[in-house]
Design a protein around this ligand. Structure first.
Ligand code: G3H
Ligand code: 13P
Ligand code: ZN
Length: 285
Protein backbone atom coordinates (compact mmCIF):
# COMPACT_ATOMS: atom_id res chain seq x y z
CA UNK A 1 0.00 0.00 0.00
CA UNK A 2 1.15 3.56 -0.47
CA UNK A 3 2.02 5.59 2.61
CA UNK A 4 -0.87 7.02 4.64
CA UNK A 5 -0.95 9.97 7.08
CA UNK A 6 -1.06 9.15 10.77
CA UNK A 7 -4.26 11.00 11.66
CA UNK A 8 -6.77 8.40 10.51
CA UNK A 9 -4.77 5.58 12.13
CA UNK A 10 -4.72 7.42 15.45
CA UNK A 11 -8.39 8.43 15.35
CA UNK A 12 -9.38 4.80 14.81
CA UNK A 13 -7.07 3.72 17.63
CA UNK A 14 -8.60 6.31 19.92
CA UNK A 15 -12.10 5.03 19.18
CA UNK A 16 -11.03 1.40 19.50
CA UNK A 17 -8.99 2.04 22.70
CA UNK A 18 -5.74 0.61 21.40
CA UNK A 19 -2.48 2.25 20.31
CA UNK A 20 -0.57 2.21 17.03
CA UNK A 21 3.11 1.32 17.39
CA UNK A 22 5.59 3.86 16.06
CA UNK A 23 8.86 2.05 15.48
CA UNK A 24 12.15 3.78 14.72
CA UNK A 25 14.08 2.57 11.70
CA UNK A 26 17.83 2.87 11.41
CA UNK A 27 18.68 0.70 8.40
CA UNK A 28 17.11 -1.41 5.66
CA UNK A 29 16.78 -4.50 7.84
CA UNK A 30 14.83 -2.60 10.50
CA UNK A 31 12.50 -1.08 7.89
CA UNK A 32 11.89 -4.62 6.60
CA UNK A 33 11.37 -5.94 10.14
CA UNK A 34 8.76 -3.27 10.90
CA UNK A 35 6.59 -4.00 7.85
CA UNK A 36 7.05 -7.76 8.18
CA UNK A 37 5.87 -7.64 11.80
CA UNK A 38 2.93 -5.38 10.95
CA UNK A 39 1.84 -7.60 8.08
CA UNK A 40 2.11 -10.75 10.23
CA UNK A 41 -0.01 -9.10 12.92
CA UNK A 42 -2.42 -7.51 10.38
CA UNK A 43 -1.70 -4.21 12.07
CA UNK A 44 -1.37 -0.60 10.89
CA UNK A 45 2.08 0.74 11.67
CA UNK A 46 4.11 3.94 11.86
CA UNK A 47 7.73 3.87 10.72
CA UNK A 48 9.65 6.80 12.10
CA UNK A 49 13.02 8.37 11.43
CA UNK A 50 14.88 9.98 14.33
CA UNK A 51 17.45 12.75 14.07
CA UNK A 52 20.15 10.09 14.47
CA UNK A 53 18.67 7.95 11.69
CA UNK A 54 18.53 10.95 9.36
CA UNK A 55 22.14 11.80 10.14
CA UNK A 56 23.12 8.18 9.48
CA UNK A 57 21.09 7.38 6.36
CA UNK A 58 19.63 10.65 5.04
CA UNK A 59 16.00 11.58 4.43
CA UNK A 60 15.97 10.41 0.81
CA UNK A 61 17.23 6.91 1.58
CA UNK A 62 14.80 6.45 4.44
CA UNK A 63 11.84 7.71 2.40
CA UNK A 64 12.70 5.50 -0.58
CA UNK A 65 13.30 2.36 1.49
CA UNK A 66 10.09 2.87 3.41
CA UNK A 67 7.98 3.43 0.30
CA UNK A 68 9.26 0.17 -1.19
CA UNK A 69 8.60 -1.65 2.09
CA UNK A 70 5.08 -0.23 2.38
CA UNK A 71 4.29 -1.22 -1.22
CA UNK A 72 5.06 -4.83 -0.40
CA UNK A 73 2.51 -5.22 2.39
CA UNK A 74 -1.21 -4.99 2.65
CA UNK A 75 -1.45 -2.97 5.87
CA UNK A 76 -1.48 0.84 6.30
CA UNK A 77 2.00 2.30 6.84
CA UNK A 78 2.75 5.92 7.82
CA UNK A 79 6.22 7.41 7.48
CA UNK A 80 6.84 9.91 10.27
CA UNK A 81 9.63 12.37 11.09
CA UNK A 82 10.54 11.85 14.77
CA UNK A 83 11.53 14.88 16.89
CA UNK A 84 11.70 17.14 13.82
CA UNK A 85 14.25 19.81 14.65
CA UNK A 86 13.33 22.67 12.33
CA UNK A 87 10.83 23.99 9.81
CA UNK A 88 13.41 23.32 7.08
CA UNK A 89 13.75 19.67 8.06
CA UNK A 90 9.96 19.26 7.99
CA UNK A 91 9.88 20.70 4.48
CA UNK A 92 12.66 18.39 3.35
CA UNK A 93 10.71 15.38 4.65
CA UNK A 94 7.54 16.63 2.96
CA UNK A 95 9.45 16.93 -0.31
CA UNK A 96 10.61 13.30 -0.12
CA UNK A 97 7.14 11.95 0.64
CA UNK A 98 6.92 11.57 4.42
CA UNK A 99 3.23 11.24 5.29
CA UNK A 100 3.59 12.62 8.80
CA UNK A 101 5.96 14.84 10.81
CA UNK A 102 6.73 15.74 14.38
CA UNK A 103 7.94 19.25 15.11
CA UNK A 104 9.62 19.20 18.49
CA UNK A 105 9.45 22.69 19.94
CA UNK A 106 9.58 21.45 23.54
CA UNK A 107 12.87 23.22 24.22
CA UNK A 108 11.27 26.60 23.42
CA UNK A 109 8.88 28.70 25.50
CA UNK A 110 5.21 27.75 25.28
CA UNK A 111 4.41 30.64 22.96
CA UNK A 112 7.40 29.91 20.69
CA UNK A 113 6.46 26.22 20.59
CA UNK A 114 2.90 27.20 19.60
CA UNK A 115 4.14 29.58 16.89
CA UNK A 116 6.50 27.00 15.36
CA UNK A 117 3.87 24.24 15.46
CA UNK A 118 1.29 26.53 13.78
CA UNK A 119 3.78 27.46 11.07
CA UNK A 120 4.42 23.78 10.32
CA UNK A 121 0.72 22.90 10.28
CA UNK A 122 -0.05 25.78 7.95
CA UNK A 123 2.67 24.61 5.56
CA UNK A 124 1.93 20.87 5.43
CA UNK A 125 -1.75 20.33 6.23
CA UNK A 126 -2.83 21.05 2.66
CA UNK A 127 -0.39 18.36 1.54
CA UNK A 128 -2.27 15.85 3.69
CA UNK A 129 0.64 15.45 6.10
CA UNK A 130 -0.18 14.95 9.79
CA UNK A 131 1.64 16.85 12.54
CA UNK A 132 2.71 15.81 16.05
CA UNK A 133 4.08 18.29 18.58
CA UNK A 134 5.62 17.91 22.04
CA UNK A 135 4.78 19.65 25.27
CA UNK A 136 6.88 19.02 28.38
CA UNK A 137 10.37 17.56 28.49
CA UNK A 138 10.81 13.85 27.83
CA UNK A 139 14.61 13.94 27.88
CA UNK A 140 17.04 11.08 28.43
CA UNK A 141 17.04 8.46 31.17
CA UNK A 142 17.32 10.48 34.35
CA UNK A 143 17.44 9.25 37.92
CA UNK A 144 14.49 9.87 40.24
CA UNK A 145 12.81 13.19 39.59
CA UNK A 146 11.64 15.26 42.58
CA UNK A 147 8.09 16.61 42.84
CA UNK A 148 9.23 20.15 42.01
CA UNK A 149 11.21 18.90 39.04
CA UNK A 150 8.18 16.90 37.90
CA UNK A 151 6.08 20.02 37.76
CA UNK A 152 8.78 21.82 35.80
CA UNK A 153 9.43 19.00 33.32
CA UNK A 154 6.17 17.12 32.94
CA UNK A 155 3.30 18.30 30.75
CA UNK A 156 0.93 20.69 32.45
CA UNK A 157 -2.73 19.75 31.69
CA UNK A 158 -3.89 23.37 31.38
CA UNK A 159 -1.00 24.17 29.03
CA UNK A 160 -1.87 21.09 26.97
CA UNK A 161 -5.42 22.39 26.55
CA UNK A 162 -4.18 25.84 25.57
CA UNK A 163 -1.61 24.36 23.15
CA UNK A 164 -4.14 22.16 21.38
CA UNK A 165 -6.71 24.97 21.10
CA UNK A 166 -4.14 27.35 19.65
CA UNK A 167 -2.51 24.95 17.20
CA UNK A 168 -5.10 22.29 16.24
CA UNK A 169 -2.23 19.79 16.16
CA UNK A 170 -3.04 16.19 15.12
CA UNK A 171 -1.18 14.43 17.96
CA UNK A 172 0.49 15.60 21.16
CA UNK A 173 3.55 14.00 22.79
CA UNK A 174 3.46 14.43 26.55
CA UNK A 175 5.96 14.03 29.38
CA UNK A 176 4.62 11.86 32.22
CA UNK A 177 7.78 10.11 33.41
CA UNK A 178 9.12 8.19 30.41
CA UNK A 179 12.58 8.82 29.00
CA UNK A 180 14.46 7.86 25.86
CA UNK A 181 16.96 4.99 26.01
CA UNK A 182 17.58 2.29 28.61
CA UNK A 183 16.12 2.82 32.09
CA UNK A 184 18.24 2.29 35.18
CA UNK A 185 15.24 1.27 37.29
CA UNK A 186 11.55 0.77 36.56
CA UNK A 187 9.98 4.01 35.27
CA UNK A 188 7.05 5.36 37.29
CA UNK A 189 4.45 7.01 35.10
CA UNK A 190 2.27 9.85 36.35
CA UNK A 191 -1.12 8.36 35.43
CA UNK A 192 -3.03 11.05 37.37
CA UNK A 193 -1.45 13.70 35.15
CA UNK A 194 -2.31 11.68 32.04
CA UNK A 195 -5.94 11.45 33.20
CA UNK A 196 -6.09 15.21 33.74
CA UNK A 197 -4.59 15.89 30.31
CA UNK A 198 -7.07 13.53 28.67
CA UNK A 199 -9.99 15.24 30.43
CA UNK A 200 -8.90 18.50 28.83
CA UNK A 201 -7.95 17.38 25.32
CA UNK A 202 -9.42 15.09 22.70
CA UNK A 203 -6.28 15.05 20.56
CA UNK A 204 -4.48 11.70 20.21
CA UNK A 205 -1.78 11.46 22.89
CA UNK A 206 1.71 10.07 22.16
CA UNK A 207 3.98 8.23 24.59
CA UNK A 208 7.70 8.55 23.83
CA UNK A 209 10.52 6.62 25.48
CA UNK A 210 8.37 3.51 25.74
CA UNK A 211 11.13 0.86 25.52
CA UNK A 212 11.62 -0.71 28.93
CA UNK A 213 8.26 0.49 30.28
CA UNK A 214 6.46 -2.58 31.69
CA UNK A 215 3.67 -3.90 29.44
CA UNK A 216 1.01 -3.30 32.12
CA UNK A 217 2.04 0.36 32.46
CA UNK A 218 1.85 0.81 28.68
CA UNK A 219 -1.60 -0.77 28.68
CA UNK A 220 -2.74 1.44 31.54
CA UNK A 221 -1.51 4.50 29.60
CA UNK A 222 -3.42 3.29 26.53
CA UNK A 223 -6.60 2.83 28.60
CA UNK A 224 -6.17 6.47 29.71
CA UNK A 225 -5.90 7.88 26.18
CA UNK A 226 -2.45 7.19 24.70
CA UNK A 227 -2.90 6.02 21.11
CA UNK A 228 0.64 6.21 19.65
CA UNK A 229 3.51 4.43 21.41
CA UNK A 230 7.13 5.05 20.33
CA UNK A 231 9.68 2.23 20.46
CA UNK A 232 13.30 2.49 19.39
CA UNK A 233 15.73 1.17 22.03
CA UNK A 234 14.14 -2.30 22.37
CA UNK A 235 14.53 -2.86 18.62
CA UNK A 236 18.16 -1.76 18.61
CA UNK A 237 18.89 -4.00 21.61
CA UNK A 238 17.37 -7.09 20.01
CA UNK A 239 19.10 -6.37 16.69
CA UNK A 240 22.58 -5.76 18.09
CA UNK A 241 22.46 -8.53 20.72
CA UNK A 242 21.61 -11.07 18.03
CA UNK A 243 24.33 -9.81 15.69
CA UNK A 244 26.84 -9.87 18.55
CA UNK A 245 25.93 -13.43 19.53
CA UNK A 246 26.46 -14.64 15.97
CA UNK A 247 29.77 -12.86 15.60
CA UNK A 248 31.02 -14.06 18.96
CA UNK A 249 29.91 -17.61 18.15
CA UNK A 250 31.80 -17.70 14.87
CA UNK A 251 34.84 -15.50 14.56
CA UNK A 252 35.31 -16.68 10.96
CA UNK A 253 31.93 -15.29 9.83
CA UNK A 254 32.46 -12.73 7.10
CA UNK A 255 29.06 -12.65 5.38
CA UNK A 256 26.97 -9.68 6.62
CA UNK A 257 23.80 -11.44 5.48
CA UNK A 258 24.41 -14.22 8.01
CA UNK A 259 24.63 -11.60 10.75
CA UNK A 260 21.99 -9.08 9.69
CA UNK A 261 19.35 -11.64 8.63
CA UNK A 262 18.97 -13.16 12.11
CA UNK A 263 19.21 -9.66 13.64
CA UNK A 264 16.27 -8.66 11.44
CA UNK A 265 14.33 -11.76 12.57
CA UNK A 266 14.93 -10.79 16.21
CA UNK A 267 13.63 -7.27 15.50
CA UNK A 268 10.49 -8.77 13.89
CA UNK A 269 9.76 -10.73 17.06
CA UNK A 270 10.15 -7.70 19.36
CA UNK A 271 7.91 -5.58 17.14
CA UNK A 272 5.22 -8.29 16.89
CA UNK A 273 5.17 -8.63 20.65
CA UNK A 274 4.84 -4.84 21.11
CA UNK A 275 2.00 -4.66 18.57
CA UNK A 276 0.10 -7.28 20.59
CA UNK A 277 0.72 -5.41 23.85
CA UNK A 278 -0.66 -2.25 22.23
CA UNK A 279 -3.79 -4.16 21.10
CA UNK A 280 -3.17 -3.15 17.48
CA UNK A 281 -3.04 -6.67 16.03
CA UNK A 282 -5.88 -7.39 13.61
CA UNK A 283 -6.70 -3.66 13.26
CA UNK A 284 -5.36 -3.19 9.71
CA UNK A 285 -8.71 -2.91 7.99
O1 G3H B 1 14.03 10.19 19.63
C1 G3H B 1 14.30 9.13 20.06
C2 G3H B 1 15.28 8.23 19.50
O2 G3H B 1 15.23 7.00 20.16
C3 G3H B 1 16.66 8.82 19.52
O3 G3H B 1 17.27 8.27 18.47
O4 G3H B 1 19.71 8.55 18.80
O5 G3H B 1 18.72 7.91 16.61
O6 G3H B 1 18.44 10.24 17.42
P1 G3H B 1 18.64 8.81 17.79
P1 13P C 1 12.86 4.57 23.20
O1 13P C 1 14.15 4.49 22.48
O2 13P C 1 13.04 4.78 24.67
O3 13P C 1 11.96 3.44 22.86
O4 13P C 1 12.11 5.91 22.71
C1 13P C 1 11.70 6.01 21.39
C2 13P C 1 11.12 7.34 21.10
O5 13P C 1 10.48 7.97 21.91
C3 13P C 1 11.33 7.89 19.76
O6 13P C 1 10.80 9.17 19.63
ZN1 ZN D 1 10.89 10.36 21.34
Amino acid sequence: MSLVPMTELLKKAQQGRYAVGAFNCNNMEIVQAIVTAAAAEKSPVIIQASQGAIKYAGVEYIATLTKIAADQVNVPVALHLDHGSSFAQVMQCARYGFSSVMIDGSKFSLEENIALTKKVIEAVRLLGISVEAELGKIGGTEDDVSVDERDALFTDPAEAEHFVKETGVDALAIAIGTAHGQYKGVPKLDFERLKKIRQRIDTPIVLHGSSGVPDEAIQEAISLGVCKVNIDTNIREAFVKTARKILEGNLQEIDPRNVLGPARDAAVEVIRQKIRVFGCNGKAS
